[in-house]
Design a protein around this ligand. Sequence first.
Ligand SMILES: [Zn+2]
Ligand SMILES: [Zn+2]
Length: 340
Amino acid sequence: MKAAVVKEFGAPLVIEERPDPEPGPGQVRIRLEASGLCHTDIHAAHGDWPVKPVPPFVPGHEGVGIVEKLGEGVTHLSVGERVAVPWLGSACGRCEHCLSGWETLCGSQVNTGYGCDGGYAEKMLARADFAQAVPDGVSALDAAPLTCAGVTTYKALKVAGVGPAQLVAISGVGGLGHLAVQYAKIAGATVAAIDVTDDKLELARELGADIVIDARTQDVAAELKRHGGAHAALALAVNPAAFAAVNSGLRRGGKLVMVALPAHGTLEIPIFDTVLNGTSVIGSIVGTRQDLDEVFRLHAAGRTRVVHETRPLTAVNEAVDEVLRGEVKARIVFDLGTGG
Ligand SMILES: [Zn+2]
Ligand SMILES: [Zn+2]
């Protein structure tokens, strides 16, 4: 099988031929159909973060495919079933976080495409308990971006407690933001989408954004305040200045949910304003298996639209460059054999 491998941080990925991996106890082998490119994969390949993966490794945590072989003891999945393999590759199931519905905070978690090989390959292994069944009617190409971009923004809105009659700011309309706009609309909120390209602002409008703010020419905080200030703001753009802008655009009691991970980002929080205005700053990381199940069910019910562009896996390095240049409208998905 072919896999795109990070041999060295910052170097182009290498497509290499590897033997099919054998599933151990509790694992399944998946023949991948589609695999999304998340910005986190680029950070992994560049070794950008304090906790680094160990090369050589295969990135990718939006892998979707067909179960091809069951490891010992796997009874709830069957060969031929379509599953998705998210960032949360496994968690301990016993700690305070796992037991309280916060498995995404488990200190013993293994992350797909980071702590173990991921989905930039024709085949991969996954822990069967964390491979999420994809419902009928959800294509592999749609399921891939939902597996990280979808569940991450869906969870961030849950964390913010977004409801109807609230103004929600979505900062950054890309792979994550285009889904965030839709989930915020499903929650009944009024949505202000912020970006710096005409394409993405137009996409946000198409997907239901009520207000669009062009951060190149408009003062984001002032625009949000003009509408009363945001009850919640999702910081999805990989740019610390964008975090600060939406934080300043919160209304009293508002919540900033930090999602994007700039490589060396810090945010200065004004103590006086934060105390007097009773605002919150919250970090939100991906979502649980339950969250992903809900995301898939919403899509199966026709309530969300995934915008993606496909590429062959052999174009992985060009695809990374496109993302870094900000040229991709929403999400790149590697087509590994969907037949189109
Ligand atoms: Zn991701
Ligand atoms: Zn745990």
